[in-house]
Design a protein around this ligand. Structure first.
Ligand SMILES: NC(=O)c1ccc[n+]([C@@H]2O[C@H](COP(=O)([O-])OP(=O)(O)OC[C@H]3O[C@@H](n4cnc5c(N)ncnc54)[C@H](OP(=O)(O)O)[C@@H]3O)[C@@H](O)[C@H]2O)c1
Length: 248
């Protein structure tokens, strides 16, 4: 799904380096063309794609139909899209909850039903969730709630769809992308502090003392999407520089 920037793009790039073909997506044609150009420069005819918006299941369906026209079957699917709005419980109207339920949970569910018949034997489905499923994030209740529901969906399907299909979740900690910069900016506004201070505060809490790169998480995502991870299913793999404080 979303793969023209950030974590999705990092994963697509690693897959292309490993000689896989990828079908990219996002809302914006320019972002798509830029990403396709970069990947096809690594390996010609390795990357294709079209636009979609996770907010509209119709557009997701069209995106998928274009992908399937290219190849007829699918070996791996990355379920990824932009994150939900920030906010605390009392800040959020019921309409925001309904809309987030629709795009973060229901549209991925509809999508999985649609693609199931096209998934090949030994195929892999990878959901990008968040460290919020292990440690709820302040001011991001929508992520805390719906990512946990996706985790339960993944675990249940890993039992229902095995041994044919493997399903796992990838849990980013703080990976240096537009999304994390947006969140840090929103925290700096709330705390009336500058962005550099917020970032330093987070980096100090990470044992590896820095944010991750899309290349670093891309390698783990590509591993989980391909045969190299053939005995992994139902797992939550965190890529967080040691940030999450829980034992498991
Ligand atoms: N970065 C982190 O450290 C971190 C931590 C925890 C969780 N996450 C989660 O991981 C996911 C990926 O985050 P990221 O950091 O890679 O974000 P990002 O750098 O902002 O990239 C998001 C990607 O999704 C696409 N996109 C955004 N909204 C979309 C929509 N409505 N429909 C279709 N595509 C859409 C964007 O392209 P267009 O703008 O062209 O549509 C872009 O390709 C998000 O759900 C985020 O909440 C990230």
């Amino acid at each position: 799904m979303a793969s023209t920037k950030g974590i999705g793009f990092g994963i697509a790039k690693e897959l292309v380096k490993k000689n896989h073909k990828v079908y990219l997506g996002s809302r914006n044609q320019q972002n798509l063309e830029k990403a396709l150009k970069e990947l096809n420069e690594i390996k010609n005819h390795s990357a294709f794609g079209s636009i979609f918006d996770i907010q509209s299941f119709d557009s997701l369906k069209k995106w998928y139909e274009s992908a399937i026209e290219k190849e007829n079957s699918i070996d791996g699917v990355l379920i990824n899209y932009g994150g939900p709005p920030t906010g605390k419980f009392l800040d959020l109207e019921e309409t925001v909850w309904k809309n987030t339920f629709e795009f973060m949970l229901l549209n991925p569910i509809r999508f999985l039903k649609l693609i199931y018949p096209y998934l090949t034997e030994n195929s892999s489905v990878l959901f990008v969730t968040s460290f919020s499923v292990k440690e709820p994030i302040e001011n991001l209740i929508l992520s805390n709630v719906f990512r946990s529901a996706i985790t339960a969906l993944m675990k249940t399907l890993s039992k229902e769809w095995g041994p044919k299909i493997r399903l796992n979740c990838l849990l980013p900690g703080r990976i240096d992308t537009d999304r994390i910069r947006e969140i840090d900016f929103s925290i700096s506004k709330i705390q009336n502090t500058n962005l550099e201070e917020i970032r330093k505060k987070f980096q100090d809490q990470i044992p590896l003392k820095r944010y991750g790169t899309i290349e670093e998480i891309g390698k783990v995502g590509a591993f989980l999407l391909t045969e190299e991870s053939s005995y992994l299913t139902g797992c939550n793999i965190q890529v967080d520089g040691g940030m999450i404080r829980s034992l498991l």
